[in-house]
Design a protein around this ligand. Structure first.
Ligand code: E4P
Length: 220
């Protein structure tokens, strides 16, 4: 299973690359805003962190765009900036139209803001490299999400689509584990989610206990 970090903060991404061997990065306009940097500066800094690796960095087109041709132009401009960049295109009619063109040009696309299996199917049909179902947004509204995830995985297997699911808006370790049980190839989660997920209070408690025994024992 691959772990991507959902962030545009260079310090978080660097830590995740060095300490957790993270496999890729996803950004969105909210993360860029939270980085405190202008858009182009933020994505260039991320590109520098993964330069020379094959780790993908998802970068979203301007969300105001609703014309497929304009989306394509913006996607081409972004894709030319780094070989690591994968272009995030929304799951809308305009987005799907742009996806078809970009796929034909060999520009990698992550179809974002996916909330239904049929959107994921359409994305795969048109050649998306990645598709991002936002499970956290659905769960926050009290919706069950694992039926959706299972359906998407089943559909992709049935037709041998090479589109990879990036489970997005992941909020906790349990969701990562549930995704892994269903064979989801990639999750993307924020820095704090991984930090909390990789730790366990019993591990810390055990360390303190063993440290006390260590201190009470002569080394020899
Ligand atoms: C995924 O690619 C998205 O950037 C992300 O998961 C969106 O969700 P969030 O910003 O609410 O976490």
């Amino acid at each position: 299973m691959k772990f991507f970090i959902d962030s545009a903060k260079a310090d978080e991404i660097q830590y995740a690359l060095e300490m957790w061997e993270i496999d890729g990065v996803t950004t969105n306009p909210r993360h860029i805003r939270n980085s405190g940097k202008p858009f182009l500066q933020a994505i260039q800094d991320i590109a520098a962190l993964v330069q020379g690796t094959d780790k993908p960095v998802s970068v979203e087109v301007n969300p105001h765009l609703d014309d497929p041709d304009e989306m394509v132009v913006e996607a081409q401009r972004l894709a030319a900036m780094s070989p690591n960049f994968v272009i995030k295109i929304p799951a809308t009619d305009a987005g799907f139209r742009a996806l078809r063109t970009l796929h034909g040009e060999g520009i990698r696309v992550n179809v974002t803001l996916v909330f239904s299996a049929i959107q994921a199917l359409q994305a795969a049909r048109l050649g998306a490299n990645f598709v991002s179902p936002f499970i956290g947004w659905k769960e926050a509204r009290g919706e069950e999400v694992w039926g959706l995830v299972t359906e998407i995985m089943e559909i992709y297997r049935n037709y041998c689509y090479s589109t990879e699911v990036i489970l997005a808006a992941v909020r906790n370790a349990r969701q990562i584990v549930e995704a892994a049980r269903r064979g989801v190839p990639i999750v993307t989660a924020g820095f704090d989610v991984y930090k909390e997920a990789f730790d366990h209070p019993y591990t810390q408690q055990g360390l303190r206990l063993f440290a006390d025994f260590w201190d009470a024992t002569p080394i020899g």
